[in-house]
Design a protein around this ligand. Sequence first.
Ligand SMILES: Cc1cc2nc3c(=O)[nH]c(=O)nc-3n(C[C@H](O)[C@H](O)[C@H](O)COP(=O)(O)OP(=O)(O)OC[C@H]3O[C@@H](n4cnc5c(N)ncnc54)[C@H](O)[C@@H]3O)c2cc1C
Length: 415
Amino acid sequence: MTERTNVVVVGGGPGGVLLAYLLARAGVRVVLLEARKDFDRRFRGDSVAPPVLDYLHRFGLAEELLATIPHGRATTFEWWTPEKRYTIADYRGSSPRFPYYALIPQARFLPFLVEKAQRHSGFRVEMGARFSALLHDGAGRVDGVRYRRDGVEHELRADLVVGADGRNSKVLRESDLTPAELASNIDICWFAVPRLPDDPSGAGQLALITEPGAVVGLLGQGDTWQIGFTLPAGRFGALRDAGVEPLKDLVRRRTPWLGARVAELREPGQLTLLPIRITEVDRWSRPGLLLVGDAAHVISPVGGNGINFAMIDAAEAANLLVEPLLRGDARAIDAAASGVQRSRGALVAGEQRMQVRVERGVARRLAERSPGAPLPIRVQGSVPGLARFSARRSLRALRVPPPSQAILGRSSTVD
Ligand SMILES: Cc1cc2nc3c(=O)[nH]c(=O)nc-3n(C[C@H](O)[C@H](O)[C@H](O)COP(=O)(O)OP(=O)(O)OC[C@H]3O[C@@H](n4cnc5c(N)ncnc54)[C@H](O)[C@@H]3O)c2cc1C
């Protein structure tokens, strides 16, 4: 028998989980389909920005999240040359409550949000449920999904299908919407080592370490340090030939407190390769279907905002969609779904343009083995007040619309 619900969200990443939570909170019946059987993922966008923490605070979630899940707090973003450390963004004036990026593993953050969603009677999550096809009604409007779970095919009809299934979105591939690649200049290889109680805290949780021929990202999370080695796109083969000793030497030289721990890196196969491809989709919606997060626009790790853009898409989508979904008005649902791109498209495109510029610059630095920091970074890191200004400017792209009364005010809580 084919089941029917208000909304099917495909993909339990930050965008899909937050959207499902917000809709369920407002009394919408929502089924979240996640292909994996758990949320145990490493090396994802883990940096939750001050405006997103402020947004979660409105639901009483931010404080509990920060009190219960080990995380790092990055009050600054720094650029370290061999000679000098420049603070290029200073978030300390950005929010009265949360003047920092919280570096929280998605593996802990997502189950936390799902548990909150489960308190609402309209929410259901299906883990290990892999979306395979879109269903259409007689007029060609998307009308549900087909998915496979434990070897069994299911059909689920819905007033709206949301594709939140990330950078390789199957929902996008199954639709008639078209993606375009904007850039692919660099790849990043990630490695993680444990964090110990005596490690540096405060400044330096989020840093870019540079020297001729190397650009390395450093992220201090709750119980690990993530180290990201940047390569020109497609050069992982060369790294494999060169081996990991040059990378380990760099870490020992530049972050001596990690020296002994990096011995755990013995061969390139231990690195997790993330090819950085920035893409956008011409239209994020069509009748009965909406794409959010990386499914609609792949944000690169430059700036660490993929998680934030996905969650802000969810916040905007929930505001626009709740009322039409509760009324079950297909025409109004489609109008609201197309409004998400109208509200978010320009901010996303602006971020992607900045990322393309930065990535080209990084690729050039790697190829030319440039020493030191480029002039704008030296100026930004030396003139008092500029780092705070730069933080405020970059956070403008992360404005989160306040939740509508329909989401804040209703309670469909079951406990
Ligand atoms: C391997 C990897 C490493 C990354 N590293 C970084 C980083 O270091 N820094 C950074 O800022 N950003 C990084 N990102 C990007 C960042 O994680 C994303 O921008 C952010 O998570 C986007 O959230 P999302 O909700 O749109 O999609 P995602 O977080 O990608 O979530 C999509 C979800 O959909 C599920 N899914 C996929 N296909 C199906 C299907 N057919 N049926 C059902 N479910 C499906 C997936 O299992 C996943 O849980 C990385 C992304 C990836 C994939």
